[in-house]
Design a protein around this ligand. Structure first.
Ligand code: DAH
Length: 338
């Protein structure tokens, strides 16, 4: 009996010492101290021992039990500490490692130039208006003094959707839409996409324009020159000269094209400006009385100027981009440069 107790005790202590983790230790605890353990069996069988042996044997069993419980407790503390250490080691975060950079988004160069143009005109007191990209023939042409079958329609290579509906070839129809609804004084800019059947390094079938117009009593060509000169100086730099050349547009009379000194050679003459020293930036003029008539304004009372520019062209000149198609391909290697 005594031998049995000490064997059980040794076996149990070894099992405790050999437990590699808390789960294994718990198995040992159940096996050696639980209700069905060898020790419990021994306690139960004490009744069969000789009465004078019982106290001694009982004390031995209890002592063995205490020793095992003590060992279980000690081992548990050690294993708990180890498991916690392992867990902390596994979760360790080296905050000195460089992070994975999150790619920063940025505005498309066309958006940047458009925003800048809007901001300049905003400071000059212009408000923004918009119109539809699918437009009727009336707003795109007739209302702007471009009658059917008139050769001036040839200025715009038009995408027709159906007989009377087309993709607007310019932002000028917004002039008619705004003036039909409102009375002067008006100072409006109309930014937006326009479409033409045209495609090469300097022409895209879709591109961006910024239209502008101002109507009031006593508006003069001097107001037009002052406004556009100020705009171009803010856009291209104070030192750049600006010139106005006579031109023709059906919706303005007189009409002008406005040039800015070449961004590359500053007027000396280079390949970009084809040796002229000047870059053509926009079309403009005094609003034709026929346009006022179409919207029901009294052309004797009111006068006004209008202008239209290609935002793509301005972006290309500002940033030295030599192919307009780059602006529409969404190639990150290109876009990341702005
Ligand atoms: N709509 C013209 C075009 O796309 C540009 C233009 C020229 C607009 C003269 C104007 C203007 O308002 O007065 O070619």
């Amino acid at each position: 009996m005594e031998e049995k107790i000490s064997r059980l005790r040794d076996e149990a202590l070894r099992a405790v010492a050999d437990s590699r983790n808390l789960a294994a230790l718990d198995e040992a605890r159940v096996k050696y101290t639980g209700k069905k353990s060898g020790l419990q069996e021994l306690l139960k069988s004490l009744g069969a021992a000789a009465p004078e042996e019982r106290p001694k044997l009982g004390a031995l069993v209890n002592e063995a039990k205490q020793a095992i419980e003590q060992a279980l407790g000690d081992r548990k503390a050690v294993l708990r500490q180890t498991e916690q250490d392992q867990k902390i080691a596994a979760e360790k975060l080296d905050i000195t490692l460089p992070g994975k950079g999150i790619k920063r988004g940025r505005l498309h160069p066309l958006t940047q130039v458009m925003d800048e143009a809007k901001a300049i005109f905003g400071r000059l007191g212009f408000e923004i208006a918009e119109g539809p990209e699918a437009e009727t023939e009336y707003y795109n042409f007739d209302g702007l003094n471009i009658p059917p079958h008139h050769p001036s329609r040839d200025m715009w290579a038009t995408f027709f959707i159906k007989d009377d509906v087309l993709l607007r070839t310019h932002t000028s129809p917004v002039q008619i839409r705004v003036m039909e609804k409102r009375k002067p004084p008006l100072a409006i800019i109309a930014p937006g996409r326009v479409y033409r059947r045209d495609s090469d390094a300097t022409h895209s079938p879709v591109f961006q324009q910024l239209e502008g117009f101002l109507v009031n009593e006593n508006v003069t060509f001097g107001d037009l020159k002052g406004t556009l000169t100020e705009f171009l100086r803010q856009m291209f730099g104070k030192e750049k000269n600006v010139r106005f050349r006579p031109s023709f547009f059906p919706f303005t009379e007189p009409s002008a094209e406005v040039d800015v000194e070449c961004v590359i050679c500053s007027g000396k003459g280079c390949r970009l400006c084809k040796g002229t020293g000047w870059l053509e930036i926009l079309g403009a003029g005094m609003i034709d009385p026929n346009v006022f008539k179409a919207v029901g304004y009294d052309a004797e009372k009111y006068s006004g100027f209008a202008f239209g520019m290609g935002i793509d062209r301005i972006a290309m000149l500002k940033y030295g981009i030599d192919d307009i198609r780059l602006l529409y391909e969404n190639d990150l290697r290109f876009l990341e440069q702005f």
